[in-house]
Design a protein around this ligand. Structure first.
Ligand code: FES
Length: 155
């Protein structure tokens, strides 16, 4: 199957047969396409002369890489100590009920990708959600739907 023109252009920026460029090439692909498709990882591996297994090892080792398409917004649920004590996992359940997708997933409509994160440095506002970096503090489970709607595209 022929590669997408954009993928070809990104790969062509790197000299072939240079395995040390793998991390940078994967970063460039993700920046351009939002995630690393199987095709993109394979193309990078082939171009740089590394095995696909090695390329997948790198792509799956770093949390910054995403192997599935991302939502238009990223919803982060803080699970640091303060937020955990003040109900972060109850919030995660409420997010799952509200959006139909939980941590590690993207909603079916592509609106949100949901992640659990460590302390985001706003413990006094625990429990905390972040919508594309916008902080929502003191989030009560009963207000998740309303607060997400105000912050973005939630139903
Ligand atoms: S633990 Fe959530 S902001 Fe610190």
């Amino acid at each position: 199957m022929p590669r997408a023109p954009e993928l070809n252009d990104i790969v062509a920026k790197y000299p072939p047969g240079k395995p040390r460029a793998l991390l940078h090439l994967l970063q460039d692909i993700q920046t351009a396409q939002g995630y690393l498709s199987r095709e993109a990882i394979g193309a990078a591996a082939q171009h740089l002369g590394v095995t696909e297994t090695r390329a997948f090892q790198i792509a799956t080792f770093y949390k910054a890489f995403h192997l599935t398409p991302r939502g238009r917004q990223t919803l982060r649920i803080c699970t640091g100590t303060s937020c955990h004590i003040r109900g972060a996992m109850v919030l995660a359940d409420e997010v799952r009920k509200t959006l139909g997708a939980g941590p590690g997933a993207t909603t079916a409509d592509g609106a949100f990708s949901i992640e659990l994160v460590n302390c985001v440095g706003a413990c006094a506002l625990a429990p905390v959600l972040l919508v594309d970096g916008e902080m929502l503090g003191n989030v009560h489970p009963g207000t998740v739907a309303r607060r997400l709607k105000r912050a973005g595209e939630a139903p």
